[in-house]
Design a protein around this ligand. Structure first.
Ligand code: SF4
Length: 222
């Protein structure tokens, strides 16, 4: 089966990894195993999705096995995506209808989604070396988005990766729900608990808490 390259599906193709990016050996092995087991799935670095003129960048952790790793679009087809896309639609940051499928025609308006780690990690847990290696792509992505003024990081790993990518010292940039920090170039890092199934089921994060993050992002972006 032929798949498009990540760059072909990206609004920022110059910042994407190749389909067979070899830089994280453990993730490459896992990718190959998934390709053998699920040949119809995307099973490759997941490209950014959204508006190349975005003022708001949303940074996730990594593809979920049955979500972005399957569909090839961030947060698409998994539990976390249901809340994220419903929230983006509610605040006018997405247009159309979300149907959990990369062919659903959904568009983002003023927002773009990237991941701290582009490839599926076993048990959703990337190693520190993998986060550090893939940060080159995160930095390249943010560098190609000059209109981004606010960066919403979903979860602690995305928070630390985003802080580093923005030139903030992670040790002095505490993670917390609704925590804010100003990067040297004036961009604002706004952190949120991840909209994962676990966090929602344990009530660590509910829809009003998540919506408050985007209300604040809209206020900061004005
Ligand atoms: S996680 Fe990033 S750096 Fe590592 S193999 Fe995938 S695309 Fe390459």
């Amino acid at each position: 089966m032929h798949f498009a390259s990540p760059a072909d599906r990206s609004p920022i193709p110059q910042a994407e990894a190749p389909r067979d990016c070899p830089l994280c050996p453990r993730l490459v092995r896992f990718r190959e195993a998934c390709r053998a087991e699920f040949p119809e799935w995307w099973n490759a670095p997941v490209p950014a999705f959204g508006d190349p003129d975005a003022w708001l960048a949303i940074i996730g952790l990594a593809p979920g096995k049955h979500g972005a790793n399957r569909t090839g679009r961030p947060f698409t087809g998994d539990y976390a995506g249901d809340l994220l896309y419903a929230t983006l639609l509610k605040f006018g940051l997405a247009k159309g209808a979300y149907a959990g499928d990369s062919a659903d025609g959904l568009r983002l308006d003023g927002a773009i989604i990237l991941n701290a780690v582009k490839c599926l990690p076993p048990a959703n847990k990337p190693e520190p070396s993998e986060i550090a290696t893939c940060r080159n792509y995160l930095e390249a992505g943010l560098a190609t988005l000059p209109k981004v003024r606010v960066v919403v990081a979903l979860g602690q790993i995305a928070h630390v990766a985003s802080a580093r990518a923005l030139g903030l010292p992670p040790s002095g940039t505490k993670f917390g729900h609704a925590a804010e920090a100003v990067a040297p170039d004036g961009r604002i890092l706004l952190s949120s608990y991840h909209c994962s199934r676990y966090n929602q089921n344990t009530r660590k994060l509910d829809a009003p808490m998540f919506e408050a993050i985007f209300e604040r992002a809209l206020a900061l972006g004005d």
